[in-house]
Design a protein around this ligand. Structure first.
Ligand SMILES: [Zn+2]
Length: 277
């Protein structure tokens, strides 16, 4: 009973129906998928918190997108894509933390379906020799350059992966600026997107500071861990994403893509306020 998926149950048996009824009018959303590690490593927490997606499940997700004619677009193209028709068939694929298993386990599958993706790097953990982040191996700069030459986009996930709202304005600026410059130096490609580490602090003042700094540094888009599909009206720097992991069978994956998981953004905000984060 400990692993009862209340989120899954409500998504599939309640919100799925509401979304289906609305779908003819609700066409201003684009799902941005958020993956972390693509590995078979088991996790002991509740499946809602899992960050590992097995290769088999990841392949099934990508196959679903392929078979259902989803067009994988880049974060940079997201805003302009809102003006096109058949929005439900657009999707963005992102990976946080710059992990080595992106190269070994995710990239071959993406390549098979000819899908692009954006990988967000915490640059303090990316070196010429391999380092680890939270016990998981990270990419090296050589691998980043190789993936970049194969069309993978790289964005910033700060330098040290801190909770940004705990830092001074100068501290935040260093994290977002130095990481951007480092990736640009290593790949020769301008970095335009940013992924905010950890639960996004629902604090208005912090949001204004971060937004101003991102804009000043030359970023044009950003994503968070706020749950939901990205909407046309959302701030381009703080877009919501759909977390995906091994527990997402195709039924739940499909429901997430179609907006039936978006309801979770409200309890997520409520819990953050309750915890004072
Ligand atoms: Zn992260």
């Amino acid at each position: 009973m400990i692993n009862f998926r209340l989120d899954r149950f409500l998504t599939l048996h309640f919100f799925n129906r509401i979304v289906k009824k609305q779908s003819s009018v609700d066409n201003d959303r684009i799902p941005i998928l958020m993956y972390h590690s693509i590995s078979d490593e088991k996790e002991t927490s509740h499946p809602y918190y899992h960050v590992n997606t097995s290769q088999a499940v990841f392949d099934a997700h990508m196959r679903y997108l392929h078979e259902n004619n989803y067009a994988v677009i880049s974060l940079a193209d997201l805003k302009s894509s809102f003006n096109t028709k058949n929005l439900f068939q657009h999707v963005v694929i992102t990976f946080d933390d710059g992990l080595y298993d992106f190269l070994t386990n995710a990239f071959p599958i993406l390549k098979k379906y000819n899908f692009g993706a954006t990988v967000f790097l915490p640059t303090g953990f990316i070196h010429n020799a391999r380092l680890s982040f939270n016990g998981r191996k990270c990419l090296t700069w050589n691998e980043v350059r190789k993936l970049s030459s194969e069309g993978i986009n790289f964005g910033s996930h700060t330098v040290t992966h801190p909770q940004l709202s705990n830092l001074s304005t100068k501290g935040i600026e260093n994290e977002i600026k130095l990481s951007k410059y480092r990736i640009e130096d290593e790949t020769g490609i301008t970095v335009k997107s940013f992924s905010c580490p950890y639960a996004f602090p629902e604090n208005k003042e912090f949001g204004i500071t971060l937004r101003t700094l991102l804009e000043e540094c030359g970023y044009t888009s950003g994503v968070t861990t706020r749950i939901g599909t990205a909407r046309k009206a959302d701030d381009v720097f703080f877009q919501s994403r759909l977390p995906a992991n091994s527990a997402d069978d195709i039924l739940l994956f499909r429901a997430k893509l179609e907006g039936a998981y978006d309801w979770l953004s409200q309890p997520q905000r409520f819990i953050k306020r309750f915890k004072g984060k």
